[in-house]
Ligand binder design. Structure first.
Ligand SMILES: [Zn+2]
Length: 155
């Protein structure tokens, strides 16, 4: 299957998911010519604000491949990944991301993807969530332990 065919499959999963009670988003993880996983948005049915299609697909792919790294994999999304999902692809070290609809299409349907991207271009004091760096004694202790740990699994 080529990119266009994978995208059509992700879009079909997204459309079906609306009929199944989820949000209008679908995603695939593909390795080579192999479909590893399909994820659909399950935020409201599972009461999980992080259950975005891409995150669901990435979690499932990692379980199936028994790894926390998806290098060599393609993330196929029915809509442009939001900052959460794009970060998930980064953390998973995926090779490539392709998407069909974009953040503006999502905004027209009432979703915050575009707004959340815009948050990162505004000063932190103006964000809708209050974020404070308070530091404090011992704040870096976990990193000292990590750096000293001989048998750590780096990711
Ligand atoms: Zn997302």
């Amino acid at each position: 299957m080529d990119d266009k065919a994978w995208l059509e499959r992700a879009v079909a999963a997204a459309a079906q998911n609306v009929l199944d009670g989820g949000g209008p988003f679908g995603a695939l993880v593909v390795k080579g010519d192999e479909l590893i996983s399909v994820g659909v948005n399950r935020v409201t049915p599972t009461l999980d604000p992080t259950a975005h299609a891409e995150v669901v697909a990435i979690r499932d792919a990692c379980q199936k491949l028994q790894t926390f790294k998806l290098d060599g994999c393609l993330l196929v999304a029915s809509c442009e990944p939001c900052p959460l999902c794009l970060s998930a692809a980064l953390w998973a070290r995926m090779d490539r991301v392709i998407f069909a609809a974009d953040r503006h299409d999502a905004a027209e349907a009432g979703f915050d993807d575009r707004a959340f991207y815009e948050v990162f271009t505004t000063p932190v004091e103006q964000w809708p969530v209050q974020v404070q760096h308070l530091g404090g004694p011992g704040a870096t202790l976990p990193f000292q332990h990590w750096n000293d740990k001989a048998d750590k699994v780096e990711y």
